[in-house]
Design a protein around this ligand. Sequence first.
Ligand code: PLP
Length: 446
Amino acid sequence: MNTQSQSTINSIDLQFDRKHLWHPYTSMANALPAYGVVAAEGVELQLQDGSKLIDGTSSWWACVHGYSHPKIVAAMQQQTAKLSHVMFGGITHRPAVELARLLVELTSPKLTKVFLADSGSIAVEVAMKMALQYWQGKANTDKQKILTIKNGYHGDTFAAMSVCDPEGGMHTMFGELVTKQLFAPAPQSRFDGEFDPEELNEIASIFEDNHQQIAALLVEPIMQGAGGMRFYHSDYLAALRKLCDKYNVLLILDEIATGFGRTGKLFAYEHSQIEADILCLGKALTGGYISLAATMCSDEVAQGVSDSPAGVFMHGPTFMGNPLACAAAIASIELIKENQWQTQVSAIETQLKTELADAINYEHVNDVRVLGAVGVLEMSSTLNTAELQQEFVNLGVWIRPFSNLIYIMPPYCVTAEQLSKLTHAMKTVAANINPSTNDIAFISHG
Ligand SMILES: *Cc1c(COP(=O)(O)O)cnc(C)c1O
């Protein structure tokens, strides 16, 4: 291929993009610059100008095996040539069946039923519907509230928004359209610290006072992601399971960010040795190659749903069980099952702890925390994402801060050298921040 045609293929019209294309959490009136990516391989994104960036985000925590992995690419190519999509109503296919088999095998014994959804937010909607229909099946129409904890993030659709953090989320913005749910304080005991049982008092009294109205408790296990990158104590999660049992409340775990090894366990609930009644998976489910999510539940929940007046589960999107997405997920899970992730994630954790530790001494760093393949520098004030983004690109890395957090969640195949470049960039930027000029107003994630 000559250079002329190469550059035509690679050229991205950034002007048009800026004028016509919405990006996540951005203004069309005052569009922020977007970087043109033409290809990606392993842990590197390639920009239009030919420069390469080491990716510290795994494309929002999804791309755990790195980009252009030959196994996932081949699986998707073969599948798309054979059957890219077929409706799931009244029809089934091998990729969906094989994926369901893998998910049932990998997750805790109670989770036997799989609903394939299009995205994480939809998986959360589906989970909430399941919980409500379950109680209808038990002839209980009082249990219609969801209890959750503050600092959570569960997606951007309306029901998902209703359980996001009431301040960092979008509750007030949409007024009555966002259902009022119950919120307990966010857990304070750190994952790596002592557990203070006192902090259960408030949530226990919410259970005590409201359990007749509570259909389910919905939380992100161990790691609260977009709501603040907080890692909480495994005893807290174990205690939540006990409270759910005591008060006859379903436990929905949103493992969309934590699933598939990110926190050092295959699923974060394993830190607490508990089981969910309903589990949401997404993001890394397909290795980050294409959108797909899953909501799993127990036989008991599925039976309740089927006993409800509707007699069926009331959800069925057009692209449900998309074969191409299922093929990507199967390939990704097969890579997970080769079990290198454990060694990789624990090596990343060790290196992050070593290399980020001294950042605690920087003037504007409030906290340094690491869990599995997640490294976080919490700064003393909100950051200007666009400005810092440019700094990171200048340093040859792709790191996207939000709120007051500079964090990385790299693909598990990141090399020690690439990881050092990422931590070096985090520390360089953190050391040079002038909080008085970093005053971004609204964006809490994205
Ligand atoms: C990203 C995320 C979601 C939403 O997933 P989408 O695919 O963006 O809709 C839900 N819950 C958690 C914990 C997430 O991190």
